[in-house]
Design a protein around this ligand. Structure first.
Ligand code: NAD
Length: 502
């Protein structure tokens, strides 16, 4: 049973002056504070290179909270900011860790914190290993309370580098103390996948290859690489999106019901689903996966650059900004059901959606023509809107005969309903209470890299000759449609839902 004592903690943010801290972490911590989810006994230490004072740091935190358009009470904010302290920090210098330890001991006394410490790695991944090992060697993890490490993506660049990073982290932290962030797992509707599946008698009995014909997962972005060209050109959509977010959604959709809702049981089912992914041989890659790179185009009536013209991108770059693929899951439940995934930048709009397409009934006398044929769909809207839709067949209204698709919508985060908390807010809270369920276990990371490495190895040895192969503002290269057409399917619209309604 969790006690209030267990929730009292210090959070050390490495990379406190960076973009992630500013845009996501400070507003999330403030929200937790406002909702009373943080006890008053907490301290935040911002560690980064700049020689800031506590005052400058607090001013920056306050600005980031104001910029997040939150409902801010100024008195409450001042009280909140008193918990924030800054440490000018050099990750490679042993003395920095000693200073950190001293500051932590001091703040733990001031705020009566029983030595519980969260170390949040919000800086470039090449430092993750060094920080973890120095935290241990300089005794910063040697406290009377618990120690937890939150680590951002990317977790390695391939299986080999991920394994190396993991070995370094494991020298200082147990697997159960490592919280690998995949912020999709903090999203309301991603967490809802399990509930929709396992808490509804109208879905769970149908959730298999007898009734489902295919599953489609799309995560499209309208934006290009913006100012992340340097990072992205070394990464690409496969590593940036598929290895983590897309495969995590596949695992949640495909897993068996857990026997208990504990971290270990849920993770073990996800791991089994990932183990059942049919491995790709090098010769299969071209058949099952499609890559794309955006060229120039028009978005919101403005001309936009192609990927190769973006700053910090190689003008001859072969990095993919779009991936579509067909995955097969070789187990009893899913044999024969393709899971199609696609993700990309500079597409028609920003949208993450899952469409479950059900099989046709063996006989349907009510269709008056082939045009009327419409399968049942369950659509899970992950972002920007959150909710579910079900597409059914209904009778055409009035005297006319035949059927028409009817769409039933449930929207959980619409303008007229409550805003759901940010993913980071939920994940930070989970870490504070020691719940690792919505973080990725090392086995999931390893299995995902193992799958993705096969594809990147082939792509790296045979650069795409046709890049750029899709226009900015489109839904990706035409060949991605072929992936489905060969199986007799097509991508369901994800940007404009009106296609389904009467
Ligand atoms: P950033 O470049 O904006 O910030 C980097 C931070 O690290 C700065 O505070 C900088 O002072 C600090 N830093 C760098 N070198 C240092 C050193 N030698 N000693 C001490 N401090 C040093 O980066 P970011 O966008 O905030 O990303 C941080 C991490 O989060 C990265 O791993 C990134 O991949 C990951 N991430 C970021 C986002 C995002 O939205 N920004 C999303 C997902 C994951």
């Amino acid at each position: 049973m969790l006690t209030t004592e267990d929730r009292k903690c210090s959070i050390i943010i490495f990379g406190a002056t960076g973009d992630l801290a500013k845009r996501k972490l400070y507003p999330s911590i403030y929200n937790l504070y406002k909702k009373g989810k943080l006890s008053n006994n907490f301290a935040i230490i911002g560690a980064a290179r700049r020689p800031w004072t506590n005052e400058v740091f607090r001013e920056n935190v306050a600005n980031s909270i104001h910029d997040a358009n939150m409902n801010v009470d100024d008195n409450e904010l001042d009280e909140f900011l008193n918990h924030f302290h800054y440490l000018s920090f050099d990750v490679t210098n042993v003395a920095s860790y000693q200073e950190l330890n001293e500051l932590l001991s001091q703040l733990e006394e001031t705020f009566s914190i029983p030595g519980n410490r969260i170390f949040y790695m919000a800086m470039a991944p090449q430092f993750f290993g060094t920080i973890a090992s120095q935290l241990k060697s300089e005794g910063v993890t040697n406290t009377s309370g618990w120690n937890r490490l939150i680590i951002e993506k990317p977790f390695g660049h391939n299986l080999e580098s991920a394994q190396k990073l993991n070995d370094e982290l494991r020298e200082a932290f147990d697997e159960s103390a490592i919280y690998r962030i995949d912020h999709y797992l903090g999203k309301e509707m991603v967490q809802n996948i399990e509930v929709i599946r396992f808490a509804n008698a109208m879905f769970e009995p149908l959730w298999n290859n007898r009734y489902i014909s295919n599953v489609q997962i799309t995560s499209s972005e309208l934006l290009g690489v913006e100012d992340r060209g340097g990072y992205y050109d070394q990464s690409g959509a496969l590593r940036d999106m598929v290895q983590n977010h897309m495969l995590q959604m596949v695992a949640l959709l495909a897993m068996e019901p857990p026997i208990r809702l504990t971290t270990d049981e849920v993770r073990s089912e996800k791991i089994k689903a990932l183990r059942a992914l049919r491995p790709l041989e090098s010769t299969d890659v071209e058949k099952y996966f499609v890559r794309g790179q955006y060229g120039p185009g028009i978005i919101n009536e403005e001309n936009v650059n192609g990927y190769r013209q973006e700053s910090n991108v190689d003008p001859q770059s072969s990095t993919e900004t779009f991936v579509a693929g067909k995955l097969l899951i070789d187990n009893f439940r899913w044999a024969g059901v393709p899971f199609y995934i696609r993700t990309g930048k500079r597409m028609t709009g920003k949208s993450t959606k899952i469409v479950i397409q059900f099989k046709e009934l063996p006989m349907n006398l009510y269709y008056k023509s082939d045009d009327e044929k419409h399968p049942n769909l369950l659509i899970i809207h992950i972002q920007p809107d959150e909710g579910i839709s079900i597409v059914l067949n209904g009778k055409k209204i009035g005297l006319s005969e035949g059927t028409t698709p009817v769409k039933l919508d449930y929207c959980s985060d619409c303008p007229d309903s409550i805003n759901t908390p940010e993913a980071y807010e939920k994940l930070l809270y989970d870490c504070i209470i020691g719940d690792g369920t919505n973080f990725t276990h090392w086995d999931e990371v390893a299995l995902s890299w193992n799958f993705v490495d096969k594809i990147s190895n082939v792509w790296e040895s045979t650069p795409a000759g046709d890049f750029p192969n899709y226009e900015s503002g489109s839904m990706g290269p035409k060949v991605s449609d072929k992936l489905l057409a060969e199986d007799g399917f097509h991508w369901w619209p994800v940007i404009d839902d009106s296609a389904y309604s009467i």
